[in-house]
Design a protein around this ligand. Structure first.
Ligand code: IVH
Length: 704
């Protein structure tokens, strides 16, 4: 995780002055919720260069240097803070953290026994003032000494309740952000009201929090990270049951303050997959840092680092604070997941269902440990809406394994040389017409347009799992006109196969055997192989388990389709229409003997009978009704199963597979190297099993 530790050297006073102005402008745009012309890594590098130059030339430091400011150049406001809202110093590697921790320990003259390690939420800091349990005011950080009153946002921020569980008078500080879901819900609402889409959740939260009198409201989320006595009163008035320690709040361990906040009804990181934790020893801190970093990509909200704080009040008191940042806490910054680079071109690719998707060709840029050259551009109307142009500097986002995406152009870096992006007139794959009736354009030939891609998907490991059918083999079959759709695969004969180049007898026999096995796959796999738009692996399983047979699926109208968990009013008619479009292939698959039932699910009564619509045998099996989370590496009989096969197994046994542990989880199967999900299950008292126990419990349900 170490990296980004190089600090470019500023050559002279002029370079220093320029850097200070750039950093200030970027910080001002950042805090005001605009698009900063620098991404986070570039900003951090610039700040470090400035700090290094200032350390060498202390007599020449500019009065308004961003390093000396309480909050790094933020727009101020007119509501004074009860105590300054400080920033944090940064470290970028384990070594830097260890050095920082040693200097803190030297300063206080003892070792820090308890460290609180928590996610650094990527939003905006606010102070929320509660009076006798009522939320009276929300103030932004502003310049750190005074902020802006944004109390108009009361009622729109999840986790910042209007009433606390007790009549406490205090100030809660924390971060307001948009979760991924909130961001995805907010942008269409904003666009529908004539606004520009927000570039990212952080900007969206900043813009939303400060906007007054908008015709629409969108939701945000608050995470508390500090509790202070209110300016006037000296503590939480009336705190009773949840008060953990005696004395004023300033004497409480930080971890207990956060537990108190949670008990009052405020949202904290405790409710997430990366809860704040107290650990002992700097080495263990780094283990926890690595755990949180590893979970970053899966989190439903953005984090840009990990905050490490001395937990005990005495350590915090003895360390004290500088004018800009406390000495008892530090931010371990993670590499930025957003970078600015240039948009060099746009390619139009046809996917397996005939969707024509634009893809950005970028000036290569290193993001989160890998070089990004391509990124998705969503759809054509998105390009128009964002007014993207060739040559633009664009913000590119990538986290973990997700496909990088272009967020927005950085308008202030435009030179005037940028050019419009050309849109295709005809399908770039086959030259047919383009159906532009929906946001995502599609070749009128649909999945027939890109047969090779749709067949490759269909024979993949999580669908029909036909070994020996790689892309080049499929191209051969299509070119030789042996296969024109999925069902044709099942009509292949030994003779025809042997007529192909590079196809020996053994390969032909193996392939035919694999195809024969594919005929017996469960309905969920067959459905997934068909590549119905709007359904993937888990949705295909849900549909198959709900309806039990292909006949019932095909008989379902949109209303019936909506009975399947996760299918809403928008998706249901698309799936029904897709199935109608696939009717002839499905008929052919039936004719060639492909299985069309879901094992273990009781076929429902015939349509039109008195009894209820199919609910199958969904609730039967050893896992009936249980939400099951699998984590860590599987061993024993489960070792060979992919995650998809594990999910299938769980659902076959009546359970529901889920990826995160919560109070609703019924069972956690923890294999080797299981990490935080296992810990969370232990914390919540959820039943844990190792892979062998789980395999024994499932017995007959295991694949043979
Ligand atoms: S503690 C005096 N804890 O990061 C210490 N800050 O870059 C104040 N932030 O100004 C901050 N998550 O807006 C703290 N768990 C967390 C945080 C956090 C995000 C923000 C906060 C702070 C900024 C510094």
């Amino acid at each position: 995780m170490d990296g980004m530790t190089t600090t470019p050297v500023l050559a002279d006073a002029a370079a220093y002055a320029r850097a200070a102005v750039d950093a200030q402008q970027a910080a001002a745009a950042y805090y005001a919720g605009g698009t900063s012309p620098l991404d986070d890594d570039a900003y951090d590098r610039l700040s470090r260069s400035i700090a290094a130059w200032e350390a060498a030339h202390p007599d020449q430091v500019h009065a308004d240097s961003p390093t000396g400011k309480v909050a790094g150049g933020a727009a101020g406001g007119d509501v004074p803070h009860t105590r300054p809202m400080l920033s944090l110093d940064n470290v970028f590697s384990g070594d830097q953290f260890t050095a920082w921790a040693s200097s803190l320990e030297r300063r206080i003259g003892r070792s820090v026994e308890r460290w609180s390690v928590e996610p650094k939420l990527d939003g905006l800091a606010v102070a929320a003032r509660y009076e006798r349990g009522r939320l009276a005011r929300i103030v932004t950080r502003g310049d750190g000494t005074a902020g802006e009153d944004v109390s108009h946002a009361i009622g729109t921020v999840v986790g910042l309740p209007e009433r606390l569980a007790e009549e406490a008078t205090l100030e809660v500080r924390g971060e307001v952000l948009m979760t991924t879901d909130q961001f995805e819900a907010a942008n269409p609402v904003r666009v529908a009201h004539g606004g520009e889409p927000f570039a990212n959740p952080r900007n969206a939260a900043a813009g939303t929090l400060r906007a007054r009198d908008r015709a629409y409201t969108v939701e945000m989320t608050f995470f508390a990270y500090d509790v202070l006595p209110s300016g006037e009163a000296g503590g939480p008035a009336g705190a009773t049951a949840v008060e953990p320690a005696a004395g004023g709040l300033e004497h409480w361990p930080h971890s207990e303050l956060l537990a108190y906040a949670a008990a009052l009804g405020l949202h904290t990181s405790a409710a997430t997959a990366v809860p704040g934790r107290v650990v002992t020893g700097a080495g263990v801190v780094l283990d926890r840092v690595a755990e949180i970093a590893a979970l970053r990509a899966e989190l439903p909200f953005g984090i840009d680092g990990i905050v490490i704080k001395a937990d005990l009040a005495a350590d915090r008191r003895d360390a004290g604070s500088g004018s800009r940042a406390p000495r008892w806490a530090v931010a371990y910054k993670l590499p930025a997941v957003e970078k600015i680079t240039r948009l060099l071109g746009v390619e139009w690719n046809v996917g397996r269902t005939g969707i024509i998707a634009p893809r950005a060709v970028l000036e290569p840029v290193e993001i989160d440990g890998s070089t990004v050259t391509y990124a998705t551009l969503h759809n054509p109307s998105d390009i128009t809406r964002r007014d993207l142009r060739l040559g633009d500097h664009v913000m590119v986002y990538k986290a973990g394994d997700i496909i990088p995406r272009v967020e927005a152009p950085v308008a202030r870096l435009r030179t005037g040389e940028e050019e419009p992006i050309g849109f295709p007139e005809a399908c770039p794959q086959c030259g047919s017409e383009i159906d532009r009736s929906e946001q995502r354009w599609r070749c009128v030939r649909g999945r027939d347009c890109h047969l090779v891609a749709s067949l490759s998907y269909a024979v993949g490991r999580d669908q029909l799992d036909i070994e020996g059918l790689g892309v080049s083999r499929i191209v051969q079959l299509v070119d030789a006109a042996l296969v024109a759709d999925l069902a044709d695969l099942f009509t292949l004969t030994r003779e025809r196969l042997l007529g192909l180049d590079r196809m020996g007898e053994t390969s032909a026999d193996n392939l035919l055997a694999a195809i024969a096995t594919a005929r017996t796959r469960p309905l969920s796999r067959v459905l997934c192989a068909l590549g119905v738009r709007g359904t993937g692996r888990s949705m295909s399983r849900r549909i198959a388990r709900h309806f039990a047979t292909m006949d019932h699926i095909r008989a379902a109208d949109a209303e019936a389709m909506r009975q399947v968990e996760g299918i809403g009013a928008e998706k249901a008619p698309v799936i029904v229409a897709e199935l109608a479009e696939l009717a002839s292939v499905v008929d052919k698959l039936v004719a060639v003997g492909v299985n069309m039932t879901e094992p273990g699910v009781t076929p429902p009564p015939p349509p039109g009978s008195e009894t209820q619509p199919p609910e199958g045998a969904r609730e039967a099996g050893p896992l009936a009704g249980l939400a099951v989370v699998v984590t860590g590496a599987m061993t024993g009989p489960l070792q060979a199963l992919s995650r998809n096969q594990m999910n299938e197994l769980i659902e076959r046994a009546g359970g529901k597979s889920s990826s995160s542990v919560s109070r609703r989880t019924g069972l956690v199967v923890a294999g080797e190297k299981a990490g935080s999900k296992r810990d969370k299950a232990e914390d919540l008292g959820i039943r844990l099993m190792d892979p062998d126990e789980f395999a024994a419990m499932l017995g007959d349900f295991l694949p043979r």
